[in-house]
Design a protein around this ligand. Structure first.
Ligand SMILES: [Zn+2]
Length: 190
């Protein structure tokens, strides 16, 4: 196991962010430390993504930027702050089986990012501009996906299990295909 794998296996971006002083709300959002943020616009989960300044990455990227470190320094800091102090084992642990909930998180976050971008690109430029169908649909799709993501990170255990089995029963495969497209259309989601 490399020091990077070790650091990532120890702690998620969210756990590190909270440990280093960020307040994360019930939607998994925090004030972004990388730009002048007044409304929480950084989503922190397994990874992090800021909808304001577009900073994005895993726990090591977060730590690198937050403390102004190099990548190896950040990985070592995480291992020191979250590890048990044991030397890196010479015999790597057997690989974890892929976690379906983690895949759901990743795909939903990628959709959220893309739909947020579409929303911004189609938003009315001033109060006098009409709201286009395209913008309204982008908003609806975005809200729907955010709702799914919220349920997954904040719902009760049974709801989460139900949602993971709903998503892994074909829906996620469809979402992954949609993500290959330039523009996500209403009929892709609904
Ligand atoms: Zn930001």
């Amino acid at each position: 196991m490399t020091i990077y794998e070790k650091a990532k296996s120890l702690v998620t971006a969210r756990e590190a962010a909270e440990h280093y002083g960020l307040k994360v709300n019930s939607h998994g959002m925090a004030l972004c430390p990388f730009h002048d943020d007044h409304n929480p616009s950084m989503k922190v989960d397994e990874r992090f993504h800021c909808f304001g300044c577009e900073e994005d990455g895993d726990v090591i990227d977060f730590t690198t930027k937050f403390f102004n470190l190099t990548l190896p320094e950040a990985a070592e800091k995480l291992a020191a702050d979250f590890g048990d102090g044991a030397e890196l084992s010479a015999s790597p642990a057997p690989p974890k089986p892929p976690d379906p909930a983690e895949r759901c998180h990743d795909v939903l976050l990628a959709l959220e990012v893309q739909l947020h971008r579409q929303k911004r690109l189609t938003a009315p430029q001033s109060m006098d501009d009409p709201i286009t169908t395209e913008y309204a649909q982008n908003c609806q799709m975005y809200d729907f996906i955010v709702g799914l993501a919220d349920l997954l990170s904040g719902g009760i255990e049974q709801q989460k299990e139900d949602e993971v089995s709903y998503l892994t029963d074909g829906v996620l495969d469809r979402y992954e295909r949609i993500l290959q497209k330039e523009v996500i259309e209403y009929a892709d989601i609904f």
